[in-house]
Design a protein around this ligand. Structure first.
Ligand SMILES: Nc1ncnc2c1ncn2[C@@H]1O[C@H](COP(=O)(O)OP(=O)(O)OP(=O)(O)O)[C@@H](O)[C@H]1O
Ligand SMILES: [Mg+2]
Length: 228
């Protein structure tokens, strides 16, 4: 039986720029079960990234509650929120955000270095992650020497190295051709079905929503449809 893992209740996010207030989220309610793959779609400016950032603790809601794994993260202070991100969340972005002065191996290893994990343990973990994404041969290359699809696989490997239970991906295939986009989304599907991860992915590519269990459609800061 599945249980709700992420629960948002009446979440508002109002951005203030000088005297101008812009409600990016307008009373969002959403429940996401564990071990599901959810695709978030909707026009530009509808609040998709804002929603993801709030679930991931990169940003705080103006009002409303965000409960993840039974914990209300909207009430956490900066340090606790950072700890929540580091232990529970894997982020994947459109622009990969890899460090070009590090090798592929070192990029994937970095979260474990920050965590203070022993180097032998790090090495085993990184190599098995590289194997999983077919990147073993590229371990000592720099990200600039890889294709976009390979770079995004490195970014996903890095997002997974800390074993997060929740993966948040904001247009992860936005810079990829259709073949590489499919590889990434098939990897996500497998992470949910075979490894019990929960994934929330923003996409503009309707084709890719067929891999998802649930499709959440946003418009003007609200969820207008949830289909499964
Ligand atoms: N830091 C900010 N300050 C002010 N307004 C913001 C900020 N971030 C987002 N907004 C506004 O909030 C609204 C929602 O933005 P958001 O980035 O969530 O949209 P989106 O659905 O992800 O769009 P896209 O598909 O273009 O990425 C937009 O109108 C945007 O201009
Ligand atoms: Mg966005």
């Amino acid at each position: 039986m599945s249980e709700s893992y992420v629960v948002l209740k009446d979440v508002w996010k109002i951005y203030r720029t000088g005297a101008v207030e812009w409600p990016a989220l307008r009373g969002v309610n959403l429940s996401i079960d564990r071990k599901t793959f959810t695709a978030v779609i909707g026009p530009s400016g509808s609040g998709k990234s804002t929603l993801l950032n709030i679930v991931g603790g990169l940003d705080r809601p103006t009002s409303g509650s965000v409960v993840v794994g039974g914990m209300d993260i909207s009430k956490l202070n900066g340090r606790k929120l950072a700890n929540y991100r580091n232990t529970h969340i894997g982020f994947v972005f459109q622009s990969y955000n890899l460090l070009n002065y590090l090798t592929v191996f070192e990029n994937v290893e970095l979260p474990l270095v920050i965590k203070g994990v022993d180097s032998r343990v790090r090495r085993d973990a990184v190599l098995s992650m590289l194997d999983m994404f077919g990147l073993r041969e590229m371990a000592y290359k720099r990200p600039v020497e890889l294709s976009g699809g390979e770079q995004q696989r490195v970014a996903i490997a890095r997002a997974l190295i800390n074993s997060p239970s929740l993966i948040l991906a904001d247009e992860p295939t936005g810079n990829l051709d259709s073949k590489n986009a499919q590889i990434v989304v098939e990897a996500f599907r497998k992470l949910v079905s075979e490894h019990g991860k929960t994934i929330l992915m923003v996409t503009h590519n309707i084709e890719l929503t067929k891999y998802a269990d649930v499709i959440v459609k946003m418009r003007d800061g609200n969820i207008v449809e949830v289909s499964s």
